[in-house]
Design a protein around this ligand. Sequence first.
Ligand SMILES: CC(C)(COP(=O)(O)OP(=O)(O)OC[C@H]1O[C@@H](n2cnc3c(N)ncnc32)[C@H](O)[C@@H]1OP(=O)(O)O)[C@@H](O)C(=O)NCCC(=O)NCCS
Length: 176
Amino acid sequence: MTAPPFRIELFQKDKHDRTEFDCGVQELNDYFRKQLSQDIKRNVTLCYVVLDNKADAIAGYYTISMGQILLNELPEKTVKKLPRYPSVPVARVGCLAIDKRYQGQGLGGGILSDAIRRAITSGVACFAVVVDAKDEGAVSFYEHFGFIRLKSQPKSLFLTVSLELQQLYSMMFTDD
Ligand SMILES: CC(C)(COP(=O)(O)OP(=O)(O)OC[C@H]1O[C@@H](n2cnc3c(N)ncnc32)[C@H](O)[C@@H]1OP(=O)(O)O)[C@@H](O)C(=O)NCCC(=O)NCCS
């Protein structure tokens, strides 16, 4: 049996070489190379990398942490179905990027679905996944997958984690 071309694993600074990574967005390159390790050390985020098994290179990464959003950031029709708490729990994907050499091959969508899968199967209640887009191009990438803009932060978007989605993902994946 041949090995799959890519694998996703938890980022570890001593194991994964970030020096060549270039997604074309300086802010996301700089964060990955310079700031990420500090954030991991302080337990404010985790990072997962998608690795090219053949070239032994990092093809992409995303960061994920727990968070909350205020109810008044959500559309009326979503709020109507919620209890009147001031906020709801979310999983936040702060950064997500694919190296330029690997863009357009389905990896961005792949790691986004991996992040959603982790949020759903974390064992901690999560109403939605929230993403922070760096520009309008990234906003349209997330809208392509059904994410909706928050009211007062138009470059942050959410996707509710419905019961159906949870059931689907728990059937498709097992915890690692
Ligand atoms: C945006 C980014 C993550 C997309 O990754 P990718 O691997 O090139 O995207 P994929 O090949 O997985 O595309 C998956 C789907 O999204 C669509 N898509 C990709 N980029 C898109 C965009 N900017 N707007 C709308 N749709 C987009 C693709 O057409 C594809 O559609 P399909 O499922 O119907 O075939 C990547 O281009 C990137 O890292 N860009 C720089 C950093 C960035 O903008 N990050 C976003 C978060 S801040």
